[in-house]
Design a binder for this molecule. Structure first.
Ligand code: G1P
Length: 308
């Protein structure tokens, strides 16, 4: 039987995952492998996202995919022959790893034929929401936030203050040009700010603050009306940021929860490599040896560069 919003513990039944990007920063790997399937230690980023969505109590992962990226959906298939082969060889641990993805959450594919922007991608998700879903989450698979409980905090803020709640991190002013940037006012809670404006990737001198959007959004269903109204913005794309700004203009409540934990950007090699190191060091299996290897690599690197 379908889960209703009331049955989803935090009121979030659907998590939308935009995964149709071309992965240009990971070429040549992404000629044939979608970037969402690149492993962090041994687990693809999309599976980490599915686990985070399930831990939030969501029942459905709505994955926006491009026509040439169907392998992302295939990751959630069952692979019974591979499981049987592994089990017959006594490799039960590996068999369990193969089976895991299909058991986490129900994936639903939403095709996006053309890369028209994040706002367009999120707008496509309206077709899979049930009538009783007055809000839904968006998780950008490039962004890993730890601890992964930030969306739970965001759901609590929505329960209290209504409207949409986003996740903000603090960056230096020079970095704001990479992000959606919030203009905020204080609330009673230091970690929660009221958003009074939002602008996509401004010049640092025009940035209204150094609080920026990272890839977790809890959006009121009214966002779909705003998404229908926006026109191409930054980079000629339909921007989710512009639709959120419209919601604010219409008087809808929008707040941010400030995330103070770790954040990794899996969307480019410069962020992906530290993420692999961080997860690797925390792994029982690989951590101790990786720690030693890293120290040796650093020592030799420092010796080579000592004269510089
Ligand atoms: C997107 C959003 C941006 C947000 C960022 C977070 O940008 O448009 O507002 O700050 O994700 O990672 P992208 O990184 O896809 O260019």
């Amino acid at each position: 039987m379908a889960t209703t919003c009331d049955e989803a513990p935090l009121g979030v039944k659907t998590v939308v995952v935009p995964a149709a990007g071309m992965g240009t920063r990971f070429l040549p790997a992404t000629k044939t492998v979608p970037k969402e399937l690149l492993p962090v230690v041994d687990t693809p980023g999309i599976e980490l996202i599915a686990e985070e969505a399930a831990s939030l109590g969501a029942a459905r992962l709505a994955i926006i995919t491009a026509p040439n990226k169907q392998e992302v959906m295939r990751h959630f298939d069952e692979f019974p022959e591979l499981v049987a082969t592994l089990q017959s060889r006594g490799k039960d641990e590996q068999a369990a790893k193969v089976e895991r993805a299909a058991k986490i959450i129900k994936p639903v594919s939403i095709p996006q034929d053309k890369p028209l922007g994040l706002g367009h991608a999120v707008g496509l998700a309206e077709s899979v929401l049930d009538d009783d879903e007055d809000c839904f989450a968006v998780m950008l698979p490039d962004d890993i936030v730890m601890p992964a409980t930030v969306l739970e905090d965001m759901a609590r803020v929505r329960r209290e203050l209504g409207g949409s709640v986003l996740c903000a991190v603090e960056v230096s002013r020079e970095e704001t040009f990479n992000y959606g940037v919030f203009e905020v006012e204080d609330t009673d809670n230091d970690n929660v700010k009221k958003v009074v404006g939002m602008v996509e990737k401004p010049e640092p001198k025009d940035a209204p603050s150094n609080l920026v959007a990272t890839g977790r959004y809890l959006l009121d269903r009214k966002i779909f009306d705003a998404l229908r109204k926006i026109t191409p913005g930054k980079g000629g794309e339909l921007q989710l940021t512009d639709a959120i700004d419209l919601l604010i203009d219409a008087g809808e409540p929008v707040h941010v929860v400030i995330h103070h934990g770790t954040r990794h950007d899996l969307g480019n090699p410069g962020g992906y490599i530290p993420a692999c190191v961080d997860f690797g060091l925390r792994s029982d299996k690989y951590g101790p040896a990786l720690y030693k290897s890293l120290k040796a690599i650093l020592a030799s690197y420092e010796a080579e560069h000592a004269a510089e």
